[in-house]
Design a binder for this molecule. Sequence first.
Ligand code: ADP
Ligand code: MG
Ligand code: ZN
Length: 628
Amino acid sequence: MAEKPTPRFALWPLLVVMAVLLLVQYYVAGQRLNTLSYSEFRRLVEIKGVDNLEISTDTISGQLLPAGVEFLAKSRNEPDLPERLKKQFDKEPTFSTVRLEDPDLVKTLDQQGIKYRGVQEKTWLTSLMSWVLPTLFLVAIWVYFFRKIGAGGAGGLMTVGKSKAKVYVQDETKETFKDVAGVEEAEEELKEIIEFLQNPAKFQVLGGKLPKGVLLVGPPGTGKTLLARAVAGEAGVPFLSLTGSDFVEMFVGVGAARVRDLFAQAQEKAPCIIFIDELDAVGKARGLSPLGGPEERENTLNQLLSEMDGFDTRKGVIIMAATNRPEILDPALIRPGRFDRHILVDRPSLKGREDILTIHTRKIKLSPQVTLKTLAARTPGMVGSDLANIVNEAALLAARKNKSQVEMDDFEEAIDRVVAGLEKRNRLMNPREKEIVAYHETGHALVAEALPTTDKVHRVSIIPRGIGSLGYTMQLPTEDRYLMTKSELEDRMAVLMGGRVAEELHFQEISTGAQNDLYRATDIARSMVREYGMSEQLGPMTFERERRPLFLETMLPPGAKDYSEATAQEIDREVNTLVAKAHRRAREVLEQQLPVLEKAAKILLEKEVLEGDELRQILNAAAKPETV
Ligand code: ADP
Ligand code: MG
Ligand code: ZN
């Protein structure tokens, strides 16, 4: 077995050779008289103290005649110099000096009758020093790195683009839909994909186009990765997975090579699933990245795009990807023919949370008193990974207390722990603030329920979530809308104003909590006036010329306005009118439903979460049919 040579082994001889050469050169140079200064040399020429000169580009050397030695001894005040030189040299001593720019030299030499000749400086020694050695040195370094990289990867430098080491190929994934809960809608949509993977031929009979890319979109921890694996498990096909950041590499071209290799492997293993987790790492919109080094990621992205276009779905390869930031993806990635199917993996509902808890407590010894339903009710807004976390914490807590079963209070404690870290439920929100938020959110919800075109309220919550948002009102459906009518936009604005109006009505006072609502409402109003020509005063005109290069939907700085100052004022006035109107409408709605507002807000304050149905019950109980 040949051992891999260590780097020192490669560099040692070179260092030795260098040292020897330096010594040799020193010895050769040492045979000459200590180098003369040029002025000394010139004076020696004047008195004809030197002869047989060899003149190269940089140096002058030659013989030192007795007269010269005499002169030097005197001028340097070294009386023993002639003695020393006699000992050192058998014949005439030699000298050398650094040559200076001196146009008269040759003339003087001729006058003095000193013999001289020009020489080529490059002796074997100097040429060795000047280029052979450095070359050798570079080669040595190169070999060293080559070996080093080679030792690391499977196959070394030459195969650095091969994704074998990184692609996580699993011929069998053990997860199935049994391990996933609370995302039934997503499962339903994925069933079709599974069918297709199990029997690709069946779908081609009629010549239909097969799906290519499926994008799982949803908040972190909702089970996107899990779902993708479950699809592979259900279909019984290999699962090739890679994380977006794996593509983004230091070496130029490696990311692109990985993509190529990934798809090549997929073709071999078809039918199979390619799964790119955290697609946003590689799929960020081109031109969105900060200065410096966007090129490489773009290469990778371009390669991904072209592979997606080029490969053959008929063999049964499905590309799945997951992201929690779909809004930053490059538009080219999500256009038809690529990741055109978007599946929302949303936070689980009450029932969903109960089901997820059931799954994760399967292997845990539960005390009979534990009711998962109660736990589910205690954990609104939590996602699958939070729940898995809670179950685990509870089991650990129980174990620490030497219990034989996990009991309800272990779960309670675990929830408190997870919640504290997660939603900052205990963040200092004083009772007063909480009250304001409760009324504010109820205001949004009631306006949303009352207006004709708005989506039904799904849930109202005053559990602080993330930074800056104190509560939220969720409306369903959250489907994508491509077209909106003017009344829809106006209703939406009214809903946004609802929060502030509720504060006004109950507290006769307004807070800073509505800032984001106002911002969004104003934004809608401005778009209505400037972009959609929905203002009566200004008529069907657009004032927003989109100054982006055709086909390139990246963010560019907004262009300068190209309308008059008077028009600008008119626009502002119109925006103002629209916002004011929305405010008026919200106020009308809430004034009529003041009792409901009070009642619902109080319940919300107590329960922190109000499901849409509960809200509607309160509304119905108030039974005021004249409110349309
Ligand atoms: P994501 O990829 O959406 O961020 P993951 O799939 O990585 O979330 O979920 C992390 C873990 O949380 C999973 O391994 C699983 O244990 C648990 N989990 C998340 N969502 C669910 C779910 N819907 N059903 C069951 N377990 C879930
Ligand atoms: Mg994930
Ligand atoms: Zn609000």
